[in-house]
Design a protein around this ligand. Structure first.
Ligand code: CO
Length: 438
């Protein structure tokens, strides 16, 4: 059978770079750091609040180590509105609790809690590792030193119980997180003595810091196996955290690579989307609104200018969408059935769980047309509630015209999610076109 080349070499390299970025981004902390590196390489500079901004400036801001905003100031920055793409950097996972070590049946387990809504069965029998942020004593109690940590090697497993001991495992199974989602990290008897501060010692040695200086940490489990392309024609992309690092990457590279533009363009990558966004680094926080107002004032505008420009602004809320599933065909709406590699998806919901309305959908359709990219639509089945995005939360504080879009993927919130390589390229092209509008 002929193998079709779906992407040209340059597009293939883009997919490889995305897989590399996701591999190095097991948590939102790491994702913000990786996106910052892309921006630094593209000549963006960190916002200090002390600079005076001018057309042509490119800058970025990281908030609480896990949200990331990248901004490009165009010609006549106050003559039009803000062109914004909103995404999120967090993904459902297992979070390690404080005092996490439990000894049971001769092994050390870690106590965990759920972050967001992972598909729990997909976490069994995988090589897992630990990553996150560690807080180290800096001498100043109010500002401990934050350092990223990523063990990048298989350290833990949550084994299934054998089918012989659980014959109904393939029928509907209830997963009890407190009992069943605790990973094994070591044998507790014989060999090297593990103790209650096994985890502290492990972290201290990984960071080359004295254990007494470790104050606290935000640690998550992740599957430490890199993502891959797959399919006969390499047409799929399969990796953890495709929701939503795929679109965060598309948005940031669309901004860094975009040319001529007016107004103020920005990408907002929030944290905590999966748990409700109610934090300063989440989409409900006032951080972005305050930042935009300060930028307008810095550029010589006033609060009045800022408020006025909002009515000329547009937000593309970009978060992955559900592709119709060949084995679960009845789960999709009868007439809106997104297919992989057939282009970005506009998401509609009468209950406004998505921001899209006729006007904003029309805008996005036209952007796709102009970028020569096909476009699809998603609506929930009428008997399914479905999910939501940062879109509706974003416009609570920044009332702008907005559309919710995404790329079609299978298995959203599984430990690995599957999407299409062409869709990834197509979305980046549409977003870039958006930023380059005159
Ligand atoms: Co998402």
């Amino acid at each position: 059978m002929m193998i079709n080349k779906i992407l040209d070499d340059q597009e293939g390299a883009t997919i490889d770079r995305l897989l590399g970025l996701i591999d190095k981004s097991p948590t939102a902390f790491h994702a913000a750091d990786q996106l910052m590196k892309i921006c630094l390489q593209a000549g963006f500079t960190p916002l200090t609040g002390k600079e005076s901004l001018k057309p042509g400036d490119c800058c970025f801001l990281t908030v609480e180590d896990s949200a990331f905003f990248a901004i490009k100031i165009g010609e006549n920055p106050l003559s039009s509105g803000f062109r914004m793409v909103g995404t999120h950097l967090d993904a459902p996972a297992l979070k390690i609790k404080p005092n996490s070590l439990i000894q049971q049946e001769g092994v050390w387990l870690l106590n965990t809690e759920l972050y967001g809504s992972p598909i729990l069965t997909t976490w069994f029998d995988r090589p897992l590792s630990i990553a996150g942020r560690v807080l180290i004593d800096s001498g100043n109690p109010l500002s401990p030193e934050a350092r990223l940590i990523d063990f990048r090697r298989p350290l833990l497993v949550i084994p299934n119980v054998a089918i012989h001991l659980n014959p109904t495992v393939n029928d509907e199974q209830k997963i009890k997180p407190q009992q069943m989602m605790l990973p094994i990290i070591a044998l507790a008897d014989g060999g090297t003595a593990a103790s209650h501060d096994l985890l502290t010692l492990l972290i201290a040695s990984e960071l080359s810091v004295e254990p007494e200086r470790l104050l606290d940490a935000d640690l998550y489990l992740y599957e430490c196996t890199p993502g891959t392309r797959l399919g006969l024609n390499n047409e799929f992309i399969q990796t953890g955290r495709l929701d939503n690092l795929g679109l965060a990457y598309a948005a940031v590279t669309a901004l860094t690579e975009s040319h001529t533009q007016t107004g103020i363009n920005l990408v907002a990558c929030f944290d905590h989307e999966e748990v409700g966004s109610r934090t300063s680094q989440g989409a409900i926080g006032m951080t972005l609104r305050d930042l935009l107002e300060r930028i307008v004032i810095n550029l010589g505008g006033s609060r009045e200018t800022f408020l006025d420009r909002l009515s000329h602004s547009f937000l593309i809320s970009a978060d992955q969408a559900h592709a119709a599933h060949p084995n679960f065909a009845d789960r999709s709406d009868p007439t809106n059935r997104p297919r992989i590699n057939q282009g970005p998806v506009i998401k509609f919901a009468a209950n406004r769980a998505y921001t899209t309305d006729g006007v904003s959908a029309a805008v996005f359709r036209k952007l796709c047309q102009a970028a020569d990219v096909p476009c699809q639509t998603y609506v929930n089945r009428s008997d399914v509630r479905g999910g939501s995005t940062i879109g509706p939360l974003f416009v609570e504080h920044l009332p702008v015209k907005a559309v919710d879009v995404g790329n079609p993927i299978w298995g959203m919130h599984a430990i690995r999610e599957t999407g299409g390589v062409s869709d990834q390229i197509a979305m980046a092209r549409v977003l870039r076109h958006f930023f380059e509008l005159a």
